[in-house]
Design a protein around this ligand. Structure first.
Ligand code: ATR
Length: 271
């Protein structure tokens, strides 16, 4: 029997750590899978995904910029994929239909609550950013019963739009209350280019965790800013990457991998 085939679609995709992560999960399961990177051209996701699944693909991850395309293309959607308007996981079902899910939010929640041991229930949570990355995590955060969930964004209208859709609060970036939040999550794409949202340092005064969904070899600019502003801890999004992958793997294969050794291997540069 050939090994079941999985892939990650993206553009660019050469940098993706997903193959290394999933190979470690497979070793834990004591089996073998194929997991490749597939570069698709913008506008051609549906064609590429259809070809992959017609050719025996069992499941796929989807990354930037195709998460919205994946959501539109799939035959059925999970509630969280529908809420996010984006999918990062595709699953071929026994009847041949493709089901789309979104494990990004649950990955963020698992990283904060399990890996960092920071409870989300009863906390005042701020999300910065109102693009696809922010949208994907609102529902799973909301389901953790925070005391409040507030969204803010450089372009205020976009935060207001998401706040109205999800029934959460919106606030202007320049008018956030000092010491107003316990957990502050950066979901802007600014980190990728070293840019920090224009937020007053006093906002971090009672922040127990400042979480950047981006990650890199060094602490991100947002993490450094938050630490200087008084956040007790700051984190990058590498744990979220591993946790969302673990949830995808579980959906595909019914096996829940251990994430700690995989995260340690990534941090240690071993994979
Ligand atoms: P993604 O899918 O990664 O969320 P996106 O949909 O392009 O990407 O959204 C990017 C988000 O990062 C937006 O909220 C954007 O703010 P605007 O809506 O005002 O454009 C935010 N962003 C990007 N660069 C930023 C910066 N330098 N400062 C603050 N916010 C930034």
């Amino acid at each position: 029997m050939p090994a079941p085939r999985y892939a990650v679609f993206g553009n660019p995709v050469a940098h993706s750590r997903s193959p290394a992560i999933h190979q470690m999960f497979t070793a834990q399961e004591g089996t073998a899978i194929e997991y490749e990177r597939l570069l698709a051209e913008p506008g051609c996701f549906a064609q590429a995904a259809a070809a992959f699944f017609a050719d025996g693909g069992a499941g796929a991850n989807v990354t930037v910029p195709f998460k919205t395309d994946a959501c539109a293309w799939a035959d059925s959607l999970s509630e969280r994929a529908r809420a996010a308007g984006a999918a990062n996981t595709l699953i071929k079902q026994a009847n041949g239909k493709i089901h789309a899910d979104n494990t990004d939010g649950i990955g963020l929640v698992a990283d904060i609550s399990h890996n960092f041991q920071v409870a989300l229930a009863g906390k005042r949570i701020l999300i910065i950013g109102a693009g696809g990355a922010a949208r994907g995590v609102i529902l799973p955060l909301f389901e953790c019963h925070p005391a409040s969930l507030t969204i803010t964004n450089r372009t205020a209208a976009k935060a207001q739009e998401l706040a109205a859709i999800f029934g959460i609060r919106a606030a202007e970036l320049g008018e956030l209350p000092a010491a107003g939040f316990d957990i502050i999550i950066n979901a802007t794409s600014g980190s990728l280019s070293g840019q920090v949202p224009a937020i007053a340092p006093a906002v971090f005064a009672q922040c127990e965790l400042a979480y950047d969904m981006a990650y890199g070899r060094e602490p991100t600019a947002f993490m450094r800013f938050a630490a200087e502003a008084g956040a007790q801890r700051s984190a990058d999004g590498l744990g979220m990457l591993v946790e969302q992958a673990a949830e995808s793997y579980r959906l595909w294969r019914g096996f829940s991998p251990e994430t700690a050794p995989v995260l340690a291997a990534l941090r240690g540069g071993e994979i």
